[in-house]
Each structure stands twice: as structure tokens, then as C-alpha cells.
Design a protein around this ligand. Structure first.
Ligand code: PGA
Length: 254
């Protein structure tokens, strides 16, 4: 981490928790962890709990995120939720392009670009996910894959907005597998992403953007990961479902 960039510890609950469970979690986490000034805790519940969670997160330093969105404001898109509707709830962030959206639901780079742009248009901040498959890492194409995902997601955005983007590097082989990237492996890709931002925009933008790591983050590896210079936070799946374990991640020490 770098003191210039406020760390984000984000819980991606995926398809877990009812409204009552989500609210109980939010209350317990805030009660046990207290207000946060030097870091941010973000919770991304399923859409069904997003309204209640936005209301339940009251303390300084806590905010809610959607897990997905549609890029159009309204229309005949059965089953979809627009950024206008998400903004209406008081939500601050929207995760865009998570690998499960890309690989299970077939989202393309172009859809992800439109989603990220729409999140900005409606005054929220996209958490844009990038990451390579195991075969791509084994073929030494990690930088090509991540670089191309990044270029396409940010295409057409002005540097003022790009400086506010949150990126998440999530190697697909590390998600839900218990096989975390080592701090050095993560740092290598984060440094690559920051250099790419400098090449595409400028140094100031590159230094401002927060780049989270995701993929089997746990209470026992968060401190070592956060000690790396270009890791500015964590996007946490499995270990964010229990208050005790997510609390320890929010309270990382490095
Ligand atoms: P995991 O998921 O922490 O369960 O590996 C991370 C993610 O998918 O964001």
C-alpha cells in the first residue's frame, strides 16, 4: 500500500445472504469495527439486499456496491438493473466485469466498457475487474490479457474520470480455489497495470488509481498482500461472508 491511496477492503458476497442476514452482518461489522478514517470498507450484496444495506451502512468509511449493472438507463431488458436504479439507492460503487460475469455469463470487453462508462455517467465509481485464466498464465500471456482488458475497459474515458476508477486484479485461477497469488506475483501485475495507466494517460492518473487484489484473500494472507507497494486493497469473496473474517481483513496491518 501507499499512504497516498486510501485502501479499500471490499466484500463481494456473490449469490449469498437474505436481506435479514445482510443487515445483521452490516450492523455487527460496524459495531465491532467502528468508524474508519484511514481505509474504506465496501460491501457488494446481491441486488435484493442492496437497498437495505445502503441504509444499514451508516458509519464513516462504510459504503455499498452493486455487483453488476446494465448500461442503459431503462428499456426492454428483462431481468436487468440499470445504473440509474442503483444510484437511486444511494449506492457508491458498482463492480464491473467480474470474471464470473465474463466467463459464466459471457460478458464481453465492449459490454464492460459500456457498463463502466454508465456507472460514471450516473455519479458512481466502477470497480473494474481484470485477470487471466490459468492457461493464459501458463502460456506467459498474463500481461497481454490483462493489458488488453484494461485498454478496452477504459477506452474513451477522460483522464479526470480514470483517476477515480478502482481496478481489481483477480487472477481467475485464484478465485474460490484457495490458491492465492503470492504477494510478489500480485505486485508484478499491479505494477504492470500502473505502468500501463501511465502510458495510456499520465503519471498523476497512474498514481491515483486504486488497484485491488482478489482471489482467495483470507485473514492470514491479507497483511502480506497489503504490504506490497501497488496493492491498494482487496476484493474478497468467500472470506467476506463471516463477520469475524471480513473484520480481520478490514483491520489488516502492514
Ligand atoms: P474469493 O473470490 O475470495 O472467494 O476467491 C474473490 C472474488 O471473486 O472477487
Amino acid at each position: 500500500m501507499n499512504p497516498l491511496r486510501k485502501p479499500i477492503l471490499a466484500a463481494n458476497w456473490k449469490m449469498h445472504k437474505t436481506v435479514a442476514e445482510a443487515v445483521a452482518f452490516a450492523e455487527a461489522l460496524q459495531e465491532q469495527t467502528g468508524p474508519l478514517t484511514d481505509r474504506e470498507a465496501v460491501i457488494a450484496p446481491p441486488f435484493t439486499s442492496l437497498d437495505s444495506l445502503c441504509r444499514a451502512l451508516k458509519l464513516e468509511g462504510y459504503s455499498a456496491s452493486a455487483q453488476n449493472c446494465h448500461w442503459e438507463e431503462k428499456g426492454a431488458f428483462t431481468g436487468e438493473i440499470s445504473t440509474v436504479m442503483i444510484k437511486d439507492l444511494g449506492c457508491r460503487y458498482v463492480i464491473v466485469g467480474h470474471s464470473e460475469r465474463r466467463h459464466i455469463f459471457g460478458e464481453t470487453d465492449e459490454m464492460i466498457r459500456k457498463k463502466a462508462a454508465s456507472v460514471f455517467t450516473h455519479g458512481m465509481v466502477p470497480i473494474i475487474c481484470v485477470g487471466e485464466l490459468l492457461v493464459e498464465r501458463d502460456a506467459n500471456s498474463t500481461f497481454d490479457v490483462v493489458g488488453a482488458q484494461l485498454d478496452k475497459a477504459l477506452e474513451g474515458l477522460v483522464s479526470d474520470l480514470v483517476g477515480r476508477v478502482v481496478l481489481a486484479y483477480e487472477p481467475v485461477w485464484a478465485i474460490g480455489t484457495g490458491r492465492t497469488a503470492t504477494p510478489a506475483q500480485a505486485q508484478e501485475v499491479h505494477a504492470f497495470i500502473r505502468a500501463r495507466l501511465e502510458a495510456l494517460f499520465n503519471k498523476e492518473v497512474a498514481n491515483r488509481v486504486r488497484i485491488l487484489y482478489g482471489g482467495s484473500v483470507k485473514p492470514d494472507n491479507v497483511d502480506a498482500l497489503m504490504a506490497e507497494a501497488d496493492l491498494d486493497g482487496m476484493l474478497v469473496g468467500g472470506a467476506s461472508l463471516e463477520v469475524a473474517s471480513f473484520k480481520r481483513i478490514v483491520q489488516f496491518e502492514s
